[in-house]
Design a protein around this ligand. Structure first.
Ligand SMILES: Nc1ncnc2c1ncn2[C@@H]1O[C@H](COP(=O)(O)OP(=O)(O)OP(=O)(O)O)[C@@H](O)[C@H]1O
Length: 313
């Protein structure tokens, strides 16, 4: 395996934050670390980049034990939520900064900076001060500054969470493109499920510093390993006898004599989230925004396929 964490333990003041965590990643993969606030995601990254010492376990990069190496010797770079660019420098100078510590000639440095500018499509702002560019552009420069030194492993700690929804989407796609072009191995922390599903080759879901499931997004959603995973990713409707249905697996049909009543309709753009009351139960139903749009108080019937039913774990 390209990168491995074995039996990792981390405590702060005797409180165990990460508990015997093990996982591995192949070269060129994006691993998403997903979990609720305070579950230990950033702490895990700090153990990997060496900003924090671990209390037990091993971290291996290309079979080399890096567990106790100082951060600058690990070949691991980190992109944070806040961009931490040098405000008195241009985009180009910010990108070139990390290369100063590598033994490269000026023309080699210029070549690498130009390549990064083109890869991240920063041509039009390359000679502007970083204080004059937008948040999305600043985050792209921060990404470039980490990529240019060609770390073996790139860590990203909620890098897009300060950006608006559209920009997040665009940067996600860009990150994927750049990652594939450079065949870079990345660990990306987020608490946003959509981001996790969209970006991750695999998702490492943790709660209270403990591994809940390590799997692809579809496996995590369709075959959750336990109750926590089931409830954390998406919504569930309980049908009794420990069976559940996801909101998109319920079909609503307009029916003036139906026993279900729409009590809420939330427009989401491509989909609409409905709340339906039926026999004193409330069901969450997600429909494509296509064809009939239901109104609050409209009567409906509910149907689903037996094969879509999940069984409680
Ligand atoms: N330097 C520290 N000293 C003591 N406790 C800390 C320290 N850093 C983090 N913690 C604690 O460790 C736990 C995990 O924090 P961490 O920042 O890793 O969580 P997270 O999953 O990244 O959360 P979020 O999604 O909110 O950023 C929290 O209870 C936090 O209070």
């Amino acid at each position: 395996m390209f990168f491995e964490v074995k039996d990792l333990n981390k405590k702060y003041h005797h409180q165990e934050i990460i508990h015997r965590l093990s996982f591995a990643i192949d070269k060129g993969e994006i691993l998403i670390v997903l979990g609720p606030s305070g579950c230990g995601k950033s702490t895990l990254l700090s153990c990997i980049n060496g900003f924090e010492k671990v209390n037990g376990g091993q971290i291996l990069l290309e079979q080399q034990d890096i567990t106790t190496l100082p951060p600058e010797e690990r070949n691991v770079s980190t992109v944070f939520q806040t961009y931490s660019l040098f405000p008195n420098m241009t985009v180009r100078q910010n990108l070139a900064y990390g290369l100063k510590f590598q033994k490269l000639g000026k023309s080699q440095r210029d070549q690498l900076v130009n390549k990064m500018i083109s890869l991240l499509q920063l041509e039009s702002i390359a000679d502007m001060s970083v204080t004059e560019i937008s948040g999305g552009q600043q985050q792209r420069v921060a990404l470039g500054r980490s990529l240019i030194i060609r770390p073996k492993l790139l860590l990203l700690d909620e890098p897009f969470s300060n950006l608006d929804a559209n920009l997040r989407l665009r940067l996600r796609r860009e990150l994927r493109r750049v990652q594939q072009q450079l065949k870079m191995t990345m660990i990306f922390v987020t608490h946003d499920q959509q981001e996790a599903f969209a970006l991750g080759d695999k998702i490492l879901l943790i709660n209270d510093g403990r591994l809940q499931q390590l799997a692809t997004g579809t496996e995590i959603y369709d075959e959750p390993a336990n109750q926590f995973v089931l409830k954390f990713v998406g919504t569930v409707n309980w049908l009794g006898q420990s069976r559940y249905l996801r909101p998109e697996n319920i079909t609503l049909t307009p029916d003036p004599h139906g026993e279900g009543i729409i009590t809420q309709a939330v427009f989401q753009g491509p989909t609409i989230d409905y709340q339906v009351n039926l026999h004193r139960h409330t069901y969450q139903v997600t429909c494509l925004n296509r064809g009939h749009r239901f109104n609050v108080n409209e009567r409906v019937t509910i149907s689903y396929h037996e094969k879509e039913l999940g069984k409680e774990l």
